[in-house]
Design a protein around this ligand. Structure first.
Ligand code: NAD
Ligand code: MG
Length: 392
């Protein structure tokens, strides 16, 4: 029996993870669940999964959580804040699912890595911000990381032994597929007035709002290029992006002998979660079988890098190295939040990120403090740029 902590349990990945876990009560038990502020949703999940711990990130709500758990006669202990998340990530769990969105997930992700857990990483922002520190923490802890992001999970499945030396394994290129999001094929003029709801109406995946906007700008793919660089040790010029509107081929690995291996499946995150939970075994995920004759055609095309400028901004940050990816990520989080709040136009998201990168030269990264400082400073720059240029 494996004990599983689900950090970000009330989100889209959290729900998919708990769905897979609940289908295998002989294999998995939930030991900890976390949410940001929604006590109702967290208590409902505790009633369904009876974990030992429940963590509410907003410390002001810990006593409400405790009262509600007691009223529901649940054995679950209430914790809160970063310390609570750290305790859930390092306690008795065998597997930690890092499914908090954004930089807020970094601390608990690093803690789980250092504690030698099997880390199921969905929180791509953590690896974008702190790739080298996360790898260091994994080495120190002696645990293992299995990617949940569907593209990286696909690459993991197409590589021999998960994370080999790419040169020795004869890998020529990693090809990340991108759906292109809801605005694929549009011109800049057609993107000027798009709304948050239009940006979040993804054609193939149902996801949280932040990653949905990232998919619409192609920043999601940009973050994934940086994620692939750190997770697989691939140079930027060996990581390519191809648009594949059907989201059936989740990514590909091209080898020196001309073979290209791909992983296919219906677009449902439960496949990656089931794979990573049971690895190296295979278990049921309840994902519908892939019927290729129903799918009909699989299409591939080059991304429109001029209209969707965020993709190249990510390559630029990766090339600059050091703190640049953390700056990119922080500016993106601020700009996307403003877009979702209705105060920043869609096309300005890339402008704010570019201006923030311009304002902050990359510094070498040797410790977490420097990264956190870069993250906070980039957020301030991005806010100032938005106030000046967009009056928000
Ligand atoms: P979501 O918005 O649906 O859920 C986010 C979760 O994080 C919630 O449980 C929320 O309570 C928690 N959270 C938010 N802010 C927090 C904070 N400040 N402190 C602590 N907890 C906080 O997001 P999601 O779509 O489930 O995505 C989660 C992560 O997985 C993201 O990093 C995303 O990029 C990645 N991811 C998601 C998908 C997907 O299909 N949804 C696919 C690949 C990768
Ligand atoms: Mg992805």
């Amino acid at each position: 029996m494996k004990r599983v902590a689900v950090l970000g349990a009330t989100g889209s990945i959290g729900a998919s993870a708990l769905d897979v876990i609940a289908r295998h009560p002989q294999r998995f038990a939930v030991t900890a669940l976390s949410a940001n502020r929604n006590v109702d949703a967290l208590v409902a999940l505790c009633a369904a999964h009876t974990p030992a711990f429940a963590v509410i990130a907003d410390a002001a709500r810990e006593s409400e959580l405790r009262t509600r758990l007691a009223a529901a006669k649940l054995p679950t202990r209430a914790l809160s804040g970063d310390a609570g998340l750290r305790e859930a990530a390092t306690g008795d769990a065998d597997i930690v699912i890092a499914a908090i969105v954004g930089a807020a997930g970094l601390d608990s992700t690093l803690a789980a890595a250092r504690a030698g857990k099997r880390l199921l990483l969905a929180n791509k922002e953590a690896v974008v911000m702190a790739g080298p520190l996360l790898l260091q923490a994994l080495r120190a802890g002696g645990g293992e990381l299995i990617p949940i992001d569907s593209e990286h999970n696909a690459i993991f499945q197409c590589l021999p032994g998960g994370r080999p030396d790419l040169q020795r394994a004869g890998v020529r290129r990693i090809v990340l597929t991108a759906s292109g999001g809801p605005f694929r094929g549009r011109t800049r003029a057609q993107l000027a007035n798009v709304t948050p709801d239009q940006a979040c109406a993804h054609p193939n995946w149902v996801m949280g709002r932040k990653i949905s906007v990232d998919s619409a700008t192609l920043m999601n793919k940009g973050l994934e290029v940086i994620e692939a660089h750190w997770l697989f040790g691939a140079r930027a010029d060996r990581i390519e992006v191809v648009v594949h509107p059907q989201s059936i081929v989740h990514s590909l690995v091209e080898y020196a002998d001309g073979s290209t291996l791909a992983q296919l499946g219906n677009p449902d995150m439960r496949t990656a979660l089931a794979h990573a939970l049971a690895y190296p075994e295979r278990i049921e995920s309840a994902v519908a079988r892939l019927d290729l004759s129903q799918v009909g055609a699989l299409q591939f095309q080059a991304p429109d890098r001029a209209t969707f400028a965020c993709l190249d901004l990510a390559y630029r940050a990766l090339a600059a190295g050091g703190t640049a990816p953390a700056i990119l990520n922080a500016a993106n989080e601020i700009a996307v939040a403003a877009f979702l709040a209705g105060t920043l136009p869609f096309l300005a998201i890339a402008e704010v990120i570019a201006a923030t990168l311009d304002a902050m030269p990359a510094e070498p990264v040797d410790a977490l403090d420097g990264l956190i400082y870069a993250d906070l400073t980039a957020r301030q720059h991005a806010r100032r740029i938005m106030r000046r240029a967009h009056n928000c």
